[in-house]
Write a protein that binds this ligand. Structure first.
Ligand code: HT7
Ligand code: ZN
Length: 873
């Protein structure tokens, strides 16, 4: 497969001004007629051939300005249709046949549970009809959908303008979308769907009809998505001054979907897991995920649809910005501190690992083989961190001025990351040229910080050194412009001290700008010895090292005014103790619990909780994946043993506190996904997990009661997980059986049932994964099932996936090989754990590479090829 390069960008030779499509639906042979109105791009020379993208299309007819083309006037290969000579402006008619029922890749037009739906981002539209399938071609669309009795509902983008009956029991609906859009935002849905309807009045007083379309049995699971949608619509008006721009906004839930959801203009298509909720079937985490994905897709209406990307290298322009927008929305709607802690904990585990692996790439990559492989944590989450840094650098008011300028100046256009950053520079007057390196650099920057207090001069000298280690794609890195938010916490007073830097008074919490490879900051009038609180709120996506002693960390944990850094101090303290335990395990020495960790936790549990949700985060140990991320060489068994030792040590020492916290936070009131209730549930469930770590009899009893009380899915799932992960089959088996039988009819709950079982630490789990792959509720063709069973096993059950006999790796490779034929996008994503072979011992390295080579020997899709080649390079 060929790579595409950013440096090769040229505007398209021809633009489409309007597309008129007709779909005559049939599972085996859907006919797609397209009339495209085209005109030469003013920046391209006259006389160039017209080259349209098209894959897997069977061309039945073609004419230009109404005249059928002769065979020598055009050519078709497996990727393109070329018309050798075209006028300056013309219309082209094509008719093709496609087979939705044979489409297991879930790109283009496919069937999900008997329902037709589309997924066109990034390059799925070319599997529907011949078209210049690139985001800088923006056209208005009219779409006629013809269906039969099995498809009473026929949907597409925009507004319905005509409907009617046709011979043979067929009927049609014509949709018109007045907003020019790229083909990746095209959507069509047809099937036996039911809707829930609501309305929203925009700030300027326009009425918008809101519809959520689902299968009939799910009609009772849409309330939360609808409420989230309305909150998101209001928030975008208030925070960004952006109103919705059509009379109708539709969401459709489908069961087979490669990602979470898709922001098609006026017709968002969602993975049912990202839209359906009910207190009895969805956990708090799922409720929050639905809220944020609904908001994310809605926010794309401006950041992505009205203003889109010039080319796919600019993907983070819409994704990074929109993730930043949805993060701010969720923070405003829920607990901002917890939102930030959760996001950063995930980021530092998963994105840092991506940045340190063979598929590392910049927020704006400069080449790709398969763009479908670039919907990554770097593009989305690091892209959002880069936008967050910009927002913090320019300040709230200038950021809003900059975003207004961006939306107004580029409305209806396909633009670049420079266009966005220029608006921020103009609005703030800041020089952001060095900042632009963030977009082209891969790998995680590291900052080594050193501090020194001069008592006699009342000065604190802070030295920051930055460097970004080489990544496979880039050996040499330039210094970045890094905003470091900090405070100096007085060791006597426990308060933030006033900051004076270069004679300027900065308040007690400030952002300093690190631009050089090494820079010194001298704070004056520092009245007492401080402990620095650095990178508050995770002000930049970097690894920051400072030689904190354990007492310093305990001090920050108790005193830092920044909630995020208080949590981080606790994590750092636990990490230091975990490092000792890992070393002890490896050296076969007796493990000893650090009393400072126990006492810090005791202080947290026995203090007055300001915020229960934050407290729940503070008493949660770093995950095995995060611990692994900190180790030079990953020893999965030592990490697991060390973390379990610490959990048990804390549970034994603080048993009564955990029991009390559990009881104090039990709440029998009717379920609501409010921040208050969620905080109580998460705190009591963390406490219960500690009690179950030592299989305390009271804890076991409480877990059983919580499972049987069947009050809400958060509590039931948590209790079931603890029972299933316990060492006692008499606890796990009856509960699993009861749950599996009760929910056999609900695919989303069965996904949870799969995930709980395959994340068990017991060594027989691999056999269980194989057994569950034969379960009637499992299908390799459904991405949610693959993620729940194989994804959870390989991504979250570290001790069993990394079994030294290599059976975990083999199972993953076998699955990738099968999926490579069925669904290349999902196959390529699934390989990720194998690509991280370099982090493990030699024996595992050989086993993992062996499996990658076994995959490489197959006939590979471009998606899998690209990942495997990078992993083995
Ligand atoms: N913009 C959407 C991306 C997406 C996607 C990409 C590749 C393959 C399938 C896909 N489904 C959705 C989703 C989003 O970021 O909002
Ligand atoms: Zn998105």
């Amino acid at each position: 497969p060929q790579a595409t390069y950013l440096s090769d960008y040229r505007p398209p030779a021809y633009r489409v001004t309007h597309a008129d499509l007709t779909f005559d639906l049939d599972p085996a042979t859907t006919r797609v007629k397209a009339r495209l109105h085209l005109a030469r791009h003013p920046e391209r020379e006259p006389g160039e051939p017209l080259v349209l993208d098209g894959e897997g299309l069977s061309l039945k007819a073609i004419s230009l300005d109404g005249e059928p083309l002769e065979a020598d006037e055009y050519a078709v290969d497996d990727k393109h249709l070329t018309v050798h000579r075209v006028p300056e402006a013309f219309h082209l008619d094509t008719e093709v046949e496609i087979a939705p029922e044979a489409n297991t890749a879930l790109e283009g037009l496919y069937l999900s549970n008997g329902m037709y739906c589309t997924q066109c981002e990034a390059e799925g539209f070319r599997r529907i009809t011949f078209y210049p399938d690139r985001p800088d071609v923006m056209a208005t669309f009219s779409t006629t959908v013809i269906g039969g009795t099995g498809e009473p509902v026929l949907l597409s983008n925009g507004n319905p303008v005509e409907r009617g009956e046709l011979p043979g029991g067929r009927h049609f609906v014509t949709w018109e979308d007045p907003h020019p859009k790229p083909s990746y935002l095209f959507a069509l849905v047809a099937g036996d769907l039911k809707k829930v309807e609501d309305a929203f009045t925009t700030a300027s007083g326009r009425e918008v009809t809101l519809q959520i379309w689902v299968e009939e049995e799910n009609l009772d699971k849409t309330d939360h998505a609808m409420a989230s949608l309305k909150r998101a619509m209001r928030w975008d008006e208030q925070a960004y001054g952006r109103e919705y721009d059509l009379d109708l906004f539709m969401i459709v839930a489908v069961n087979d979907f490669n990602m979470g959801a898709m922001e098609n203009k006026g017709l968002n298509i969602f993975n049912s897991a990202a839209v359906l909720t009910h207190p009895h079937t969805a956990t708090d985490a799922a409720f929050q995920r639905v809220e944020s994905i609904v908001a994310h897709e809605y926010f794309h209406n401006w950041s992505g649809n009205r203003v889109t990307c010039r080319d796919w290298f600019q993907l983070s322009l819409k994704e990074g910005f929109t993730v930043f927008r949805d993060q701010c929305f969720s923070a405003d709607t829920n607990s901002p501190a917890v939102k930030r802690i959760e996001d950063v904990a995930f980021f530092r585990t998963a994105q840092f690992a991506e940045d340190a692996g063979p598929t590392a790439h910049p927020v704006r990559p400069d080449h790709y083989i398969e763009i479908g492989n670039f919907y990554t944590l770097t593009i989305y989450e690091k892209g959002a961190e880069v936008v967050r840094m910009l927002a913090n650098l320019v300040g709230e008011a200038a950021f809003r001025r900059g975003s207004d300028r961006y939306f107004e100046r580029f409305d209806g256009q396909a633009v670049t990351i420079e266009d966005f950053v220029d608006c921020m520079a103009e609005a703030s007057g800041l020089d952001l040229s060095q900042f632009m390196h963030w977009y082209s650099l891969s790998g995680t920057p590291e900052i080594d910080a050193f501090g020194e207090y001069d008592y006699a001069k009342a000065e604190y000298r802070l030295i920051l050194r930055q460097r970004t280690p080489a990544t496979p794609d880039q050996l040499d890195k330039q210094p970045l412009h890094i905003p470091v938010r900090l405070g100096l916490v007085g060791t006597k007073s426990g308060r933030d001290l006033p900051l004076t830097l270069d004679g300027e008074t900065l308040g007690s919490d400030a952002v300093i700008h690190l631009r050089e490879a090494e820079q010194e900051f001298l704070f004056t009038d520092v009245s007492e010895a401080p402990v620095p609180s650095l990178l508050r709120g995770f002000s930049a996506p970097v690894k920051l090292r400072f030689p904190y002693g354990r007492e310093d960390l305990a001090f920050l944990l108790a005193n830092d005014s920044d909630g995020f850094n208080r949590w981080d101090a606790g994590q750092r303290l636990a990490m230091l103790a975990l490092d000792d335990l890992i070393a002890a395990h490896r050296n076969g020495v007796e493990k000893v619990m650090d009393p400072r960790v126990t006492e810090a936790f005791r202080g947290l549990l026995e203090g007055e909780p300001e915020d229960r949700a934050v407290l729940a985060e503070m008493i949660t140990l770093p995950s095995e994946a995060y611990i692994a991320e900190q180790q030079p060489l990953v020893d999965v068994d030592a990490i697991h043993a060390a973390r379990e030792f610490m959990r048990r040590g804390l549970a034994t020492a603080l048993r009564d506190d955990f029991l009390r916290v559990y009881r104090e936070n039990q709440d029998d009131s009717p379920y609501a996904p409010t921040p208050e209730q969620i905080a109580r549930r998460s705190l009591k469930n963390v406490a219960l997990a500690y009690l179950m770590a030592i299989e305390d009899e009271d804890g076991v009893q409480l877990a059983r009661e919580q499972f049987e009380a069947d009050h809400n899915m958060t509590d039931v799932r948590h209790a079931l997980t603890l029972l299933t992960h316990s060492s006692r089959d008499e606890l796990s088996e009856p509960a699993l059986k009861a749950f599996g039988e009760k929910w056999a009819h609900d695919p989303l709950v069965m996904d949870q049932w799969f995930a709980i079982q395959v994340s068990r630490p017991q060594p027989d789990v691999l056999e269980r994964v194989k057994f569950l792959m034969q379960h009637p509720a499992f299908s390799l063709k459904n991405p949610n099932k693959v993620r729940a069973l194989i994804g959870t096993f390989a991504g979250q059950n570290r001790v069993n996936f990394h079994r030294i006999d290599g059976a975990g790796y083999r199972l993953l490779a076998d699955t990738v090989i099968e999926l490579n034929r069925l669904n290349p996008e999902i196959a390529a994503r699934l390989i990720t754990p194998l690509t991280r072979w370099a982090r493990f011992d030699e024996e595992r390295q050989e086993l993992m590479k062996g499996e990658l080579e076994r995959i490489r020997a197959e006939e590979l899709s471009p998606n899998v090829y690209e990942v495997v080649e990078k992993a083995l390079a």
